[in-house]
Ligand binder design. Structure first.
Ligand code: AMP
Ligand code: TRP
Length: 339
């Protein structure tokens, strides 16, 4: 990801969808990088609940998953004294800026997004009459423009995200740059922050695809709230290869390389030499457990107090709202709308 000119204020924002099943990839790709640098400047941790409506959804599940995500973010170290915790649906300026940015984004550039193509492929591959019950929502197409609004609303300089969000982030940069050139400087052009290791945590059962909430089997995923014995079993069963030597060679040994990447990301150190796959797996298990145990413990008490979680979200909203409304005011004026 290209770096931008050094911004005067270091602001960070990351977002996660409340679609349940948070996994190690979410922690290492999005949550931890935000938490680790939250004291470097104003930060926002965002529940992207509006984004969770872009696919067929169950309202009760989205509501429950939003509170679960709030609890996980706090359990993982988001400090609400420093970092505003918000839900994008609760700050109406996200939706307003979304529409305004749709007027500077093009159909072609959103239709070619990999995630849109993947998520819409099944439905769009069939003729109209034969399409499945859940058609492609229009919001799935415009989703990256909403993500751009989430970021541009707060003059965000850095966006910690996993590699799968590269294309969306690039679009946010394109939209900001185009808007500034056409209507006058209005937005900060954001830069992505990729973790050095584990920007793309792979599925443990199918190490050539990324670990994902939607992967068909739980065997490939380490859930952030999985009990220790499940974590241990999942890692013990992780797919390896017949080479028999522990080498970081993603092309020929994707399973082993993924385990080495996870280990390095968890410990923050380059992995030592291993003489067997079993030895490596045991060390990965210990490192993941050391990371997840405190999160699990804090989550248990936080999730028991939904009133507290709601109060943190309400406070986050109050804190960010003045910046959000000022950005919308500026954008409306630049576009020629009446004040
Ligand atoms: P999502 O689950 O799509 O809401 O993603 C939330 C955050 O986790 C984003 O920053 C993603 O880039 C990141 N993320 C999701 N899956 C992975 C993965 N397998 N490896 C690294 N980061 C990931
Ligand atoms: N699209 C991101 C994902 O699925 C979630 C997201 C929404 C986000 N808005 C954002 C991430 C703004 C970073 C910044 O992972």
């Amino acid at each position: 990801m290209t770096a931008t000119a050094a911004p005067t204020v270091t602001t960070r924002l990351t977002g996660l969808q409340p679609t349940g099943g948070l996994h190690l990839g979410n922690l290492l790709g999005g949550i931890r990088p935000l938490v680790e640098s939250q004291y470097a400047g104003p930060s926002i941790a965002m529940i992207a609940d509006l984004h969770a409506l872009t696919m067929e959804h169950d309202p009760a599940k989205v509501r429950a998953a939003s509170l679960e995500l709030a609890a996980v973010l706090l359990a993982a170290g988001v400090d609400p004294q420093h970092t505003a915790l918000i839900a994008n649906s609760q700050v109406p300026e996200h939706s307003e800026l979304h529409y305004l940015l749709e007027c500077v984004a093009n159909y072609g550039e959103v239709a070619r997004m990999i995630q849109f193509k993947e998520k819409s492929a099944e439905a769009l591959s069939k003729p109209f009459g034969l399409r499945p019950k859940s058609p492609v929502r229009l919001s799935l197409l415009t989703y990256p423009v909403l993500m751009a609004a989430d970021i541009l609303l707060y003059d965000i300089a850095f966006v910690p995200v996993g590699e799968d969000q590269n294309q969306h982030l690039e679009l946010a940069r394109t939209i900001a740059t185009r808007f500034n050139a056409r209507y006058g400087t209005t937005f900060t052009v954001p830069a992505g922050v990729r973790p050095e290791k584990a920007a793309r945590v792979m599925d443990l059962a199918e190490p050539t695809r990324k670990m994902s909430k939607s992967s068909p089997s739980a065997a490939g995923r380490i859930g952030l709230l999985d009990p220790p014995e499940v974590v241990r079993r999942t890692i013990a069963r992780a797919v390896t290869d017949g080479v028999g030597e522990v080498r970081d060679d993603p092309e020929n040994q994707p399973g082993i390389s993924n385990l080495l990447g996870i280990l390095a990301a968890c410990t923050g150190e380059p992995p030592r030499a291993f003489t067997s796959y079993g030895e490596l797996k045991r060390e990965v298990t210990d490192a993941v457990e050391a990371l997840l145990a405190p999160i699990r413990a804090r989550y248990a008490s936080l999730s028991a107090d939904p009133a507290y979680l709601r109060s943190v979200l309400a406070e986050g909203k109050t804190r960010v709202r003045p910046v959000a409304s000022e950005t919308v005011r500026r954008t409306r004026a630049a576009l020629g709308l009446l004040d």
